[in-house]
Structures are given as structure tokens and as C-alpha cells.
Design a protein around this ligand. Structure first.
Ligand code: PMP
Length: 305
């Protein structure tokens, strides 16, 4: 594994190897961390971090849900996010802010200090090299998402990703590219680390936040781009069998971007290739970073403002 040179931790940039934490940090034992995943793209008008402020706002929202008090304000974290990418000399990168309960008590409800880091590294297509083009084979997981009022799915917290790991690892073990989880209701929820879109007769259908999912920023981006370009979007409860009936299916997330799904549970989706609506949305989405889709919402936040 090749690591980048610099990382931001608790207020300053330091060499990657120095960003350590104690083994008795609360988060390591109890999953008490919140984090974000953000991408910086090298656009024709210079490197830009995609929806940086919104991602960092979600970090504070996740922290608020779990009563984790982040000892830095939004401007500081936005600046740290820029600084760490610049110091590493990246023009495109994945960015990982994380805040966690550190060392300072062993009990579950201990009020420990909160440590904060912002890491960055270079990342290509998350689910494999050719997947944006050719799609992945997915399966419905034998693991369900957490039930309402158990672990809040709306927070992007470390502990939630025990569920994601069960889903993703089972899928890979069985030879699939990614797993799709059902909510405790039995209705469709989301992928291990991606939201889900189905296409029926040109109309986009996506699962609602009530289905124990993370309210993805890519999901919001796609809904916004689709509606602005005359593609109807419906947020609705969706039963599992709709996966086998839809014309097109894709997953989306910061890491996965827009990844077509060509089969589910060994059943071919549509033609088995990325469909017209998926391709159109990929063009619109990646167009933001190529300069062919106008950034009317100010989503591209320049690396060097
Ligand atoms: N669901 C889960 C469980 C995720 O981890 C992610 C990735 N952050 C997403 C959905 C997609 O969210 P976003 O588009 O904001 O990256």
C-alpha cells in the first residue's frame, strides 16, 4: 500500500506516519466516529472539491446525532480539506474527514476529547476499473439494514459500517461486485456504500430515506440533474422484485459515482448493459467535471478559492 505524504490532524498538517491514535480510543472499541467521503476533480477550470461544504455539513449533522462535539468550525474543516490536498500535490483525490471520540474514558457514555483528522488519497473507480462502462453484478444481501430507531442510518458513523462490511464482504465472497441490502421492512434500502436507482420506462425511481439509508449527496445530485433535464424522478418504497423487472439499475455514491448494475442475483437487468437513462445521467454527472454540464448550483468548490 502506498500512502500519501501528508495528513491533517487536530489542527495541523503532519507526516502521514505521525497521525496516530491510542489503542484505547473510544471510537476503536465502540464505533464512535463520524466521517465523510468527498472527491476532488481536476476540472478544465482547475481542481475543485465536489460539494465540499455540503459534505462537511453532513459531518456536523452526523456528529450532532451522536452528541460528538467537533472542536473546529466548518470554515476550519473546509480549509483543512483544501490544505491537505494541496500539500500532497494532488489535483484529483478522495478526501476523508473523520471525527471520533478519542482517549479519555472507558465507559460507553464517557465524554472523551474528540479528535479530528482529514486524510486524502488518490482513488479511481471504487468498484473496479471498467465498471462505469460495463457495470457490476450485484446480489441482494442476506443481511438487512438496521431497523428504524436502532442505529440511525441518517448519520455517517463508523459503527454503521459494520453493516456495510457484512453486506460488501458477503457479496465479494460470493463473487459479486456489490451487495444490495433490504430494510427491516423487507423493502429495498441501498448498497453497502451506495444509494440505488431503478429505471422504469424512462422514469427514475429511488428508495426514500425512511428505508434506512444514508441521504447521499450523489443521490441528491442525480435527482437534481435528472429533474433539470426533463427526467422524472420518484422517491418511493420499492419491493425487491422490482430489481428483476426494471429496465435499468445503477448505484451511486461519492466513491462509486454512477455505477451501472448489469445483473442482480444472476438475473440480467434490461439488456445487461448500461441503459440510455443511466448513460445520460453519467454524461450529465461527469460533465460537471469535464465542463460540459454547467455548474449552476456552485457545487464545484475550487481547491484554491
Ligand atoms: N449510502 C451509504 C451507506 C454510503 O456509505 C454512501 C457513501 N457515503 C452513500 C450511500 C452515498 O452517499 P454520498 O453520495 O453522499 O457519497
Amino acid at each position: 500500500m502506498h500512502y500519501p505524504e501528508w495528513i491533517w490532524q487536530n489542527g495541523s498538517i503532519k507526516p502521514w506516519a505521525e497521525a496516530t491514535t491510542h489503542v484505547m480510543s473510544h471510537a476503536l472499541h465502540y464505533g464512535s466516529s463520524v466521517f465523510e467521503g468527498i472527491r476532488c476533480y481536476d476540472t478544465p477550470s482547475g481542481p475543485a472539491i465536489f460539494r465540499l461544504t455540503e459534505h462537511n455539513r453532513r459531518l456536523y449533522a452526523s456528529a450532532r446525532i451522536h452528541e460528538i462535539e467537533i472542536p473546529y468550525d466548518l470554515d476550519t474543516l473546509n480549509a483543512a480539506s483544501r490544505e491537505v490536498i494541496l500539500r500532497n500535490g494532488f489535483r484529483s483525490a478522495y478526501l476523508r474527514p473523520v471525527a471520533y471520540r478519542g482517549l479519555g474514558g472507558f465507559g460507553l457514555s464517557a465524554d472523551t476529547p474528540v479528535d479530528v483528522a482529514v486524510a486524502t488519497w488518490q482513488m479511481g473507480a471504487y468498484l473496479g476499473d471498467d465498471v462505469l462502462e460495463n457495470g457490476i453484478d450485484a446480489c441482494v444481501s442476506s443481511w438487512q439494514r438496521f431497523a428504524p430507531n436502532t442505529i440511525p442510518a441518517g448519520a455517517k458513523a463508523g459503527g454503521n459500517y459494520l453493516s456495510g462490511q457484512l453486506v460488501a464482504r458477503e457479496a465479494r465472497r460470493l463473487g459479486f461486485g456489490e451487495g444490495i441490502a433490504l430494510a427491516s421492512t423487507g423493502l429495498l434500502s441501498e448498497g453497502a456504500g451506495e444509494n440505488l436507482f431503478l429505471v422504469f420506462e424512462g422514469v427514475l425511481h429511488t428508495t426514500p430515506v425512511s428505508a434506512a439509508l444514508l441521504n447521499g449527496i450523489t443521490r441528491h445530485t442525480i435527482i437534481t440533474l435528472a429533474r433539470a433535464n426533463g427526467i422524472e424522478v420518484i422517491e418511493r418504497d420499492l419491493p425487491r422484485e422490482y430489481l428483476y423487472l426494471c429496465d435499468e439499475l445503477f448505484m451511486c455514491g461519492t466513491a462509486a459515482e454512477i455505477t451501472p448494475i448489469r445483473s442482480v442475483d444472476g438475473r440480467q437487468v434490461g439488456t445487461g448493459r448500461a441503459g440510455d437513462v443511466t448513460r445520460r445521467l453519467q454524461d450529465l454527472f461527469f460533465g460537471l467535471f469535464k465542463g460540459t454540464t454547467p455548474d449552476v448550483h456552485g457545487w464545484l468548490e475550487p481547491l484554491e478559492p
